[in-house]
Write a protein that binds this ligand. Structure first.
Ligand code: ZN
Length: 136
């Protein structure tokens, strides 16, 4: 017994694809062949291919693999962009002597921790002096 299957896939712009096949094989094989023909049609255009594939899924092979989704350019609205927070890098200041809170007995200059140590070394038990005043 011969089976004849004809399908028409409607496309955009009043175009359509009409495929008609005829054979005396099992109807499953005929449908498979029709699906294979449709799988080759419209491949040059993503929209056409999508319509043909949608038809194939609906009518012919429900489990046909989905075509890859059309690649739309991702448009990110500018106003939704959150401002990038400024990262403040804190650089340590290793060379600056730590303030000791001690000032020179004579000139009143604030002494560094080194000067305080020197003052204790050279004139122990006396009020701290800066290195200049120690030499006097
Ligand atoms: Zn001094």
């Amino acid at each position: 017994m011969k089976i004849k299957i004809g399908v028409t896939v409607n496309l955009a712009n009043y175009e359509n694809i009409h495929v008609e096949i005829e054979g005396d094989e099992r109807e499953d094989d005929l449908i498979m062949r029709l699906d294979q023909i449709l799988a080759k049609l419209g491949r040059g255009n993503a929209d056409t291919a999508a319509r043909v594939d949608a038809y194939r899924r609906r009518v012919l092979v429900p489990n046909a693999p989905l075509p890859p989704p059309p690649r739309d350019p991702v448009v990110v609205p500018v106003e939704n962009l959150e401002p990038i927070p400024e990262v403040q890098v804190q650089t340590p200041t290793p060379t600056a002597p730590r303030a000791t809170g001690t000032s020179c007995e004579i000139c009143g200059k604030e002494l560094s921790s080194t000067e305080v140590k020197f003052s204790e070394l050279f004139s122990p038990g006396r009020a701290p002096r800066c290195s200049k005043c120690l030499k006097k």
